[in-house]
Design a protein around this ligand. Structure first.
Ligand SMILES: [Fe+2]
Length: 307
């Protein structure tokens, strides 16, 4: 059963640009993302490194040395500076937590933006006018960009309302376990997993093709990191996936062939996304996630400290 989707209008947010991660094994994690995951260093500061994919984003991962593995901030790009101001006013009116004033960003990548916490305390930075790389040639085995971020939530109604009503994401599909939210032509950029945890579920990186995904799988295997779930094809989003447990239980995904949608897409309900018995994806070729993957999808929390 489907329900009509609201008339398509792009959200003021146009995608997940980057994720800031605090790690205890700073050098090892940099090497993992460079040698294993296929990112390159765009900027190195005292105590932090910014790593880019092959797309235009200034960086997709920023790492800092911390006392424990934790997500420090998720950067969401708005369409332009005017959209940043509109979102700031909307968040102020909604009484959002820890809302900073819009300002020029001094950190590598620049731009204009502000930070705010979602209702469960995850720090978000909303920005526009940031640096875009001109050299954006796809590579045969490297990620382009962050595709999506999936969050575990223990208060799904409140969190869903914040991301949809306040930030303007569109509900695009609801499966038995996951609520998918859309802000551009990609099927989803944020998704919520209702449950008992308030933490990261996983971060997905888009690679250009199925072949690139498999070459990435091979490079990671040679690096010493094996597939923790996949290779498979999801139902909602129709994307091909392969999941990995990164350093310090960091849950990561390579994905490709994400369904591109427009105003004609109809919001799906759990009845639309009932897999065949014994399967967790369309192909049925992969066993379920490994115990380590299941653990990783519940183990990385968001920092409550200032960014
Ligand atoms: Fe995913």
């Amino acid at each position: 059963m489907t329900t009509p989707r609201a008339p398509f209008s792009p959200s003021l947010i146009c995608g997940v640009r980057s994720v800031h991660i605090g790690v205890t094994q700073f050098e090892n994690t940099i090497e993992f993302f460079k040698q294993g995951w296929g990112l390159t260093a765009a900027n190195v500061d005292d105590g932090s490194v910014h790593l880019r994919g092959t797309g235009p984003d200034a960086y997709v991962v920023a790492l800092q040395q911390r006392a424990r593995m934790e997500i420090l901030c998720v950067d969401l790009r708005a369409w332009d500076k005017a959209a940043v101001d509109v979102l700031h006013a909307r968040l102020a009116a909604a009484g959002a937590s820890d809302l900073s004033a819009p300002a020029n960003i001094a950190e590598y990548g620049g731009g204009y933006g502000f930070t705010v916490r979602d209702p469960e305390g995850r720090l978000l930075r909303i920005l526009a006018g940031d640096h875009r790389h001109a050299d954006t040639q796809d590579a045969i085995d490297r990620p382009r960009k962050i595709s999506h971020v999936v969050l575990n939530t223990s208060d799904a109604p409140t969190v869903e309302t914040f991301y949809t009503q306040t930030l303007g994401f569109k509900l695009v599909d609801r499966s038995r376990r996951i609520t998918f939210l859309n802000c551009n032509s990609d099927h989803h950029s944020v998704a919520l997993v209702p449950g008992s945890h308030t933490s990261l579920h996983h971060i997905a990186f888009e690679v250009p093709t199925f072949d690139a995904l498999m070459r990435g799988v091979g490079r990671l295997r040679e690096y010493g990191v094996n597939i923790a779930w996949g290779v498979g094809r999801h139902g909602p989003g129709d994307n091909i996936f392969s999941y990995f447990v990164g350093p310090e239980c960091l849950p990561l995904e390579y994905t490709t062939e994400v369904q591109q949608i427009d105003e004609t897409y109809r919001v799906g309900s759990p009845e639309d996304w009932t897999p065949q018995p014994g399967r967790m994806d369309q192909w049925g070729a992969t066993p379920p996630p490994s115990p380590d993957m299941v653990k990783a999808e519940r183990s990385v929390e968001f920092s409550s400290e200032p960014f």
